[in-house]
Design a binder for this molecule. Structure first.
Ligand SMILES: Cc1cc2nc3c(=O)[nH]c(=O)nc-3n(C[C@H](O)[C@H](O)[C@H](O)COP(=O)(O)O)c2cc1C
Length: 363
């Protein structure tokens, strides 16, 4: 496949210049600060935080305050907000700017749970006037601070109501600085394949940068989606779980038109141990060990002995034990496999809806 060097060229959002066009998707329960920093250190040019609710009563919850913790994260700090009330969303934007947000992203892409008896996230695409009211209010709240507002959405509400292009035009007129489109409708959840024609139509309809998202799991696919849609960047979610070096892999492929070597097993061990160290630091021992299990599980799932190791991991509940077990597993593996054996392709996308529904909640 011919190279596509523009994928590794800088992209500007407002006053921020991103080093490349390879973005980590916001994933509630996954893209916390340690994971975002890991992805950035391994080649991602940009990472959006997990969403923060617009409900004030939850801002002081442990979960929200962890999500709003950006200590040590490289700029720009981008925070996603979710909600259904324009004034509350504007307030949430201002609150997060006070806590360090440099870009505010509005969530119209995720089947978030009900907020104040209305469905937030992608459900807003069904109510275009409300969607626009929210966009205008958030842009107005962010403008005095010079903070750009971006929007993440799906292709539409349903197969017969793909309104992404109309919302994109209205959002651009209202001052949105960048649009991300996940190539599925809300009705689809994660079923079927993402389609990229609607993303191409959105790209053709607006002048602000457009980011293509959905089912991008290999360097070849990233380049194909860029070519098909004409998008300015790609965003990767599930395929980064357990293989955060995918951003560096895509960057290499985009630049040279060929794959780089698999990472050294001991290199992967180092990345995972550093990630665990950060993760335990943010969550503390009790929650940290438990929430780290899914990251470890993703990292080992396709490796020889990975399933048995995953089961063993669930019996360990101390930081030291967990760290030592991970370290030993990769050290042993490196004796047989100096380079990490090939990963299985991306998880079955039909696994995602429940995972997301459980995690993609607005608090
Ligand atoms: C566990 C999980 C949590 C997610 N949480 C969010 C979220 O908080 N906000 C959002 O806009 N999208 C969320 N998404 C959707 C992703 O950002 C992305 O649009 C989707 O997974 C498609 O990209 P992919 O095929 O590369 O995974 C979530 C997805 C998953 C799997």
């Amino acid at each position: 496949m011919p190279p596509h060097p523009s994928l590794v060229s800088p992209l500007t959002i407002g006053t921020h210049t991103l080093p490349n066009r390879l973005f980590v998707a916001p994933m509630a329960g996954v893209t916390d600060r340690p994971f975002r920093m890991l992805c950035k250190s391994l080649g991602a040019g940009y990472a959006v935080s997990e969403m923060v609710t617009s409900r004030k009563d939850l801002w002081h919850s442990l979960k929200t305050s962890r999500r709003a913790n950006h200590a040590g994260e490289s700029a720009p700090i981008s925070v996603q907000i979710a909600g259904t009330d324009a004034a509350m969303m504007a307030e949430a934007a201002a609150y997060n700017i006070d806590r360090g947000a440099q870009i505010i992203d509005i969530n119209m892409g995720c089947p978030a749970k009900k907020v104040c008896n209305k469905w937030a996230g992608s459900a807003l695409m069904q109510d275009e006037p409300l969607a626009l009211e929210i966009i205008e209010a958030v842009v107005a709240a962010c403008a005095p601070h010079g903070v750009p507002v971006t929007l993440k959405m799906r292709t539409g509400w349903s197969l017969h109501n793909k309104n992404a292009e109309r919302i994109a035009r209205a959002a651009e007129s209202a001052g949105i600085a960048m649009l991300t489109v996940h190539g599925r409708t809300r009705e689809q959840g994660y079923k079927g394949q993402a389609e990229y024609d609607t993303i191409a139509a959105v790209k053709a309809a607006v002048r602000v940068p457009v980011v293509a998202n959905g089912d991008i799991s290999t360097p070849e696919k990233a380049l194909a989606v860029m070519r098909h849609t004409g998008a300015d960047a790609v965003m990767i979610g599930r395929a980064a779980q357990g293989q955060p070096w995918i951003f560096g892999d895509i960057a290499h492929f985009a630049e040279h038109g060929r794959h780089r070597a698999r990472p050294l097993t001991l290199e992967v061990r180092r990345w995972l141990l550093d990630h665990l160290h950060d993760h335990h630091g943010l969550y503390g021992e009790f929650a940290g060990v438990r929430t780290a299990r899914k990251h470890i599980g993703w990292a080992v799932r396709a490796l020889p002995g990975g399933e048995a190791f995953r089961a063993h991991m669930n019996t360990l509940d101390q930081v030291d034990e967990q760290t030592r077990a991970v370290s030993d597993f990769f050290e042993q593996l490196s004796l047989q496999h100096p380079r990490l054996p090939a990963h299985a392709p991306q998880q079955d996308p039909t696994d995602a809806p429940e995972g997301e529904r459980a995690l993609c909640v607005a608090n």
